[in-house]
Design a protein around this ligand. Structure first.
Ligand code: PNS
Length: 165
């Protein structure tokens, strides 16, 4: 297992500016970063995984994030199975508040037990502290402007209404 390869996992439904901030910081810390779209069975999805993947790829490219950044999806099996497959010894999560610490801590401990994979918590820019995918989903579904909270490709996609049936 390699501590210079890290995975940033998440639902990314949709990717937000907070996600991009964490990805940028993590890309500067690790030799290789895997941004992994993971199906979260506990959440009702707005976007199909393939769409989230595409929006993440476009957003990372447009943001000028430097480094070896791989974008992938994982919908079968444990997150640590993916980490082990690619030789990553670290998972990176963004922490906005104590609520995030409480949500992430059990997952971090379980992942360490499962595969000796450590979780590193990064503090994003406080400007993004109140941004969440769930709020973006709600504002978008009610026809509000989400452009202050999401990368350009996501704002343009949601603005077309393409995600609504
Ligand atoms: O962005 P989210 O929804 O908070 O991300 C949570 C996610 C997808 C990273 C988490 O649900 C997860 O790791 N799912 C993969 C399944 C798994 O490995 N579970 C056991 C350890 S938590």
């Amino acid at each position: 297992m390699n501590n210079r390869i890290a995975v940033v996992p998440g639902s990314f439904d949709p990717p937000t500016l907070g996600h991009l901030d964490v990805i940028r910081r993590a890309a500067s810390l690790y030799d290789q970063l895997h941004v992994l779209v993971v199906h979260n069975p506990g959440k009702e999805a707005m976007l199909p995984i393939a769409q989230r993947l595409s929006l993440l790829e476009q957003s990372i490219a447009e943001s000028g994030i430097e480094g070896d950044v791989v974008v992938a999806a994982w919908s079968v099996g444990l997150l640590v199975d993916y980490a082990t497959d690619v030789g990553a010894g670290v998972l990176v999560k963004g922490i906005r508040s104590q609520v995030d610490v409480a949500y992430e801590t059990p997952m971090a401990i379980v992942n360490r037990h499962l595969a000796h994979v450590e979780t590193v918590f990064l503090l994003p820019d406080p400007a993004h502290a109140l941004v969440s995918s769930s709020l973006v989903r709600q504002v978008a579904s009610l026809g509000g402007d989400v452009s202050p909270f999401v990368p350009g490709p996501v704002a343009r996609f949601l603005d077309t209404g393409a995600q609504r049936g």
